[in-house]
Design a protein around this ligand. Structure first.
Ligand code: XMP
Length: 534
């Protein structure tokens, strides 16, 4: 529903920065996160999106070529723009990126023909280089994560081998005169234990960056930018209870004080205690003007009898905009109306993805936001966090002094509990779900697992099952527990709880939550599942 064209950030060029050219790897975002963790700003551009002059004008301190699903041996295989190797800046090619670098510079790549290395592998370090200095010593044997069929079979002029593995005789290569490096493995994934240090070596030792990207700097720069953009106008910001909109609001308040009004719409489909926490933090603690709109009757009423997931999402999205519109007009009642709408859009929503299939991808779910509002009310969008990853937003929240339990909260979807309740939504079922969810999260926190898990919640199924409690028969709802690990919500693995933990949660839910007599655990990863059930 976003009405404004999504622009790439490209705004932090005052900082040292690295350019990542994406060849379509599933884990390109992890490369960016590792570079940012090393204290250096970076952006991801599709390999074919930028013409040579744009890359030159961007003036990066170094360029990273990502992995990708193609073979460099295919006809019309994606290539790095030639300028990458002509600008005199360091280049690091990862997997496909290494192979295209080798091929473009005159070496050869041999097809895997069905063989390759996938998963954990070990490399023998045979030489020194700036990339590996202080991390891997010559003579060491180091663990890495491989995922390749093709491999490099001869090097371009000026390159030498730094490390090799059984399936990749050129696992790490370097041309130190030109500062070109190639790795066949994936240093960006956690299964390469020293990956973080290798990236730090690339940004600091090879590219000469000092590391000027901190959330403290970002905070100061953003505040100045927000003041300049908003001037003396009014701005509204929708709070969802989630970390992104909360940090956006606190940052804006620090920048422009009471020119900001927050709007919190209670749809009746929030988690237990959510509304109280939001009101307490923003109105009582930060003294930010807040409109708390009780809209449970409206939302639940309009959803009566609706069971189709997309219809639910569309109804909720539409109502949200109506209510928000009404509240936003209230802000302007006694004076000037708001001119700006703030949103907590993050960098993963902004990155253009490389499409090898051509057309746009299918809509799996229509995500709800207040995207229709700027058009209707003639509001301009302010998105102070569109350059940040989720972990950076959390760091920014810390830099702003926000309470840790708010910052570390699991994401919560805009449509709320409505999409955790396949089938019809009723007040009775919402109440059952809220109670079960509270017990589940309580146990997760008691076990010290909350921060290890990206998201955990209960889903109330539209199924009743027969049970026996005491000496009586029960016929109650079934619920599914969901817990996943993820880095960005795009892919996810189910969390491997111990059986003892699961049985403790199951016992507590059945004993304490009237209306549920059977508990299951969802062991589906994403893909093929999605994190939410609808
Ligand atoms: P799925 O279910 O698509 O979810 O795997 C991925 C992440 O997005 C969250 N999610 C939403 N967030 N509005 C939101 O703000 C939505 O409509 C919405 N739907 C899903 C979900 O909780 C997970 O973190």
């Amino acid at each position: 529903m976003s009405v404004q064209p999504v622009m790439k950030p490209e705004t932090q060029t005052a900082h040292e920065h690295i350019l990542i050219l994406d060849f379509g790897s599933q884990v390109t975002q992890l490369i960016a996160r590792r570079v940012r963790e090393s204290g250096v700003y970076c952006e991801i551009w599709p390999f074919n999106a930028a013409d040579e002059s744009k890359i030159k004008a961007y003036n990066p301190k170094g360029i990273i070529l990502s992995g990708g699903p193609c073979s460099v041996l295919d006809k019309d295989a994606p290539r790095a723009p030639d300028i990458v190797f002509e600008m005199g800046v360091p280049v690091l090619g990862i997997c496909y990126g290494q192979q295209t670098m080798v091929k473009q510079l005159g070496g050869t790549v041999t097809p895997g023909d069905g063989s390759g290395e996938f998963g954990r592998a070990h490399v023998d370090v045979t030489d020194h280089s700036d990339l590996t200095t202080g991390v891997w010593d010559a003579g060491a044997n180091e663990q890495v994560w491989m995922s390749h069929g093709d491999h490099v079979s001869s090097l371009p002029e000026g390159f030498k081998i730094i490390a090799k593995s059984e399936g990749a005789p050129f696992a790490v290569i370097a041309n130190e005169d030109k500062q070109f490096y190639g790795v066949q493995f994936h240093p960006e994934v956690v299964h390469t234990p020293h990956g973080v240090e290798l990236f730090k070596n690339f940004t600091h030792e090879v590219c000469g960056c000092k590391g000027d990207w901190t959330m403290q700097n970002f905070r100061e720069e953003s505040i100045a930018k927000i003041r300049q953009t908003v001037g003396d106008k009014k701005i509204i910001c929708g709070l969802s209870g989630g970390v992104d909109s909360s940090v956006t609001a606190v940052l804006l308040h620090e920048a422009i004080g009471d020119q900001l009004t927050c709007i919190y719409v209670d749809t009746g489909m929030m988690r237990a205690g959510e509304s109280e926490q939001v009101v307490e933090l923003f109105r009582e603690h930060y003294h930010i003007p807040l409109i708390h709109e009780e809209a449970a009757d409206l939302f639940i009423g309009k959803l009566e009898g609706v069971t189709d997931p997309e219809t639910k999402r569309k109804i909720i999205g539409g109502l949200f905009i109506d209510v928000f519109d009404k509240c936003a007009k209230e802000v302007g009642k006694d004076g000037e109306p708001a001119a700006f709408l703030a949103q907590g859009t993050l960098y993963p929503d902004v990155i253009e993805s490389v499409s090898f299939t051509g057309g746009p991808s299918v809509t799996i779910k229509s995500h709800h936001n207040v995207g229709g509002l700027p058009e209707r009310m003639n509001l301009k969008l302010v998105e102070p966090m569109r350059e940040l990853f989720k972990d950076e937003v959390r760091d920014l929240g810390r830099a702003l002094g926000m309470p840790e339990d708010f910052i570390a909260r699991h994401p919560f979807p805009g449509p709320g509990l409505a999409i955790r309740m396949p089938g019809e939504i009723t007040r009775e079922k919402l109440e059952i779900l809220r109670k079960a969810d509270t017990v589940y999260l309580d146990e997760i926190k008691n076990a010290g697992l909350y921060d290890e898990i990206w998201q955990a919640f209960v889903v109330l199924l539209p199924v009743r099952s027969v049970g026996v409690m005491g000496d009586g028969r029960t016929y109650d709802y079934v619920c599914a527990l969901r817990a996943v690990t993820s880095t960005d919500g795009m892919t996810a693995d189910y969390y491997p709880f111990e059986h003892e933990f699961l049985s403790r949660v199951s016992t507590r839910i059945i004993n304490e939550v009237h209306g549920i007599n059977r508990v299951t655990y969802d062991i589906t990863s994403k893909p093929p599942g999605t994190i939410e059930w609808e």
